[in-house]
Design a protein around this ligand. Structure first.
Ligand code: GUN
Ligand code: ZN
Length: 440
């Protein structure tokens, strides 16, 4: 099937036009829902969306119709922070961040100097992402340029919209993983030239976190961002108390962790800071003022015992929140599982996450915070045809629960709590069906 064909998907359709708020019911005008809808695709984009009965008379005669009545179509899920190179060290037992990095993560990432390994894991990772309905992610590769080349090549072959970057890290890690302060920057510049803006790919500058980069390397990264504001930036911030103490020791000239990044010019509207658990309100305000976003990684935060992210404190100051799996620290690639963990973290803080807010976050919310909302995140004319076909009866248990639901809100919440890869019947990206449940 090629993307320049025209076809229509008939199904229940759900998409967000705006933030639904924190209430049990979504804010007026925030949700677009068609019980019997039609999504018309052409040349890899959405041409029209409407009630089936309204659109049918406008459709060209003989157009292929994919009949998914009884299924729910939503925009493809977005994962704002994930490490593809950590796929095979998920579920490594019993450590908190710094020990976990030293014992499992750094040794694992050393293997990505080899092109063949990087290719195999890139493809395995993309298969897994599509299996759970994720069509876009912001991805950490390893510090080896070849890990980035392998990943972007695999994404290009599948015509996926992806952001990724070479990890910059010039100290405090095994030699095989550390780059040279400016050699890492030169490699980054070359990779940007080769991949940024090519097809649906974007480059995200990727200093790992403050402890593994010298001030010189962070400053040079800030220079790249200043020279080309179309780049993205991803790093980690305030995940774990041991990490905070270490940063304070390494950067005594900075008054707090965030200021380390501010002083190097790394905090801007295209910057994603993973975790941001141990922040005060003044730091949240500084992030919000710059239009940056915090990637909330609830399954990782629980797995590594990092802490309970205060989502409402971030919202209070207008700080953008994105949702992310952060595997290998996270326990699940599925966006639905991320939302389930987000709900659980929220309950422990007295701030449960509604399905409306969660599913908005996983789609349009993440797209907006990553400045991709002119391309993905909504089912709307002109948007790229990246979407997921959800089977509300995908598992026997979810089917039972689903049968009892009376409202759309109840159904979405049950999906968020009980959904998994069995709930994803198909994943489409670039107008092509790229995953079909039960087929590989
Ligand atoms: N901080 C620095 N590197 C990492 C990483 O690989 N995973 C997580 N969760 N935190 C980090
Ligand atoms: Zn991470």
């Amino acid at each position: 099937m090629t993307s320049n064909e025209s076809r229509v998907i008939r199904a229940e359709l759900l998409s967000f036009d705006a933030d639904p708020g924190e209430g049990d019911s979504p804010a007026e005008g925030s949700v677009r829902h068609y019980a019997d809808g039609a999504l018309w695709l052409e040349n890899g984009r959405i041409k029209a969306i409407d009630d089936y009965a309204a659109l049918a008379p406008r459709l060209p005669e003989g157009i292929e119709t994919v009949d998914h009545r009884g299924k729910l179509v939503m925009p493809g899920f977005i994962d704002s922070h994930v490490h593809y190179v950590q796929l095979e060290i998920m579920a490594s037992y019993g450590r908190q961040l710094l020990d976990w990095l030293n014992e499992y993560t750094f040794p694992e990432e050393c293997g990505f100097a080899q092109r063949e390994r990087a290719e195999v894991i890139s493809n395995a990772f993309l298969d897994e992402m599509l299996r759970v309905g994720t069509t876009t992610a912001q991805v950490f590769c390893s510090s080896h340029p070849t890990s980035v080349e392998a990943f972007f090549s695999a994404c290009r072959e599948r015509d996926l919209r992806m952001l990724a970057g070479k990890v910059l890290m010039d100290r405090n890690a095994p030699e095989a993983l550390c780059d040279d302060t400016y050699g890492g920057i030169r490699d980054t510049e070359r990779l940007i030239g080769e991949w940024h803006g090519k097809g649906r790919l974007g480059y995200s500058l990727t200093p790992r976190f403050a402890p593994t980069s010298t001030r010189q390397q962070l400053d040079a990264t800030g220079g790249l961002l200043r020279n080309d504001p179309s780049l993205w930036l991803q790093t980690h911030l305030s995940e774990n108390p041991g990490e905070l103490d270490w940063v304070a020791e390494l950067f005594p000239e900075s008054r707090d962790y965030l200021e380390v990044y501010e002083q190097s010019g790394l905090v801007g509207p295209r910057s994603t800071f993973a975790h941001g658990i141990h922040l005060d309100q003044e730091m949240r305000c500084r992030l919000a003022e710059r239009g940056a976003n915090i990637a909330f990684c609830p399954s990782s935060n629980m797995f590594l015992g990092s802490g309970l992210f205060d989502r409402l404190a971030a919202r209070e100051v207008g700080l953008n929140i994105t949702y992310a799996s952060d595997i290998g620290g996270g326990t699940d690639l599925s966006g639905l599982a991320t939302l389930k963990a987000g709900y659980q973290v929220g309950q422990l803080r007295g701030q449960p996450l509604t399905a409306w807010q969660g599913l908005y976050g996983l789609t349009l919310g993440n797209a907006k915070a990553l400045s991709l909302d002119d391309k993905i995140g909504r089912l709307a004319p002109g948007m790229e045809a990246d979407f997921v076909v959800i089977d509300p009866d995908g598992s026997p248990l979810l089917g039972r629960r689903h049968a009892r639901c009376k409202t759309l809100g109840e159904r979405l919440f049950a999906l968020m709590m009980l959904g998994d890869d069995r709930s994803i019947l198909e994943t489409w990206a670039g107008g092509r069906r790229q995953h079909q449940r039960g087929q590989a």
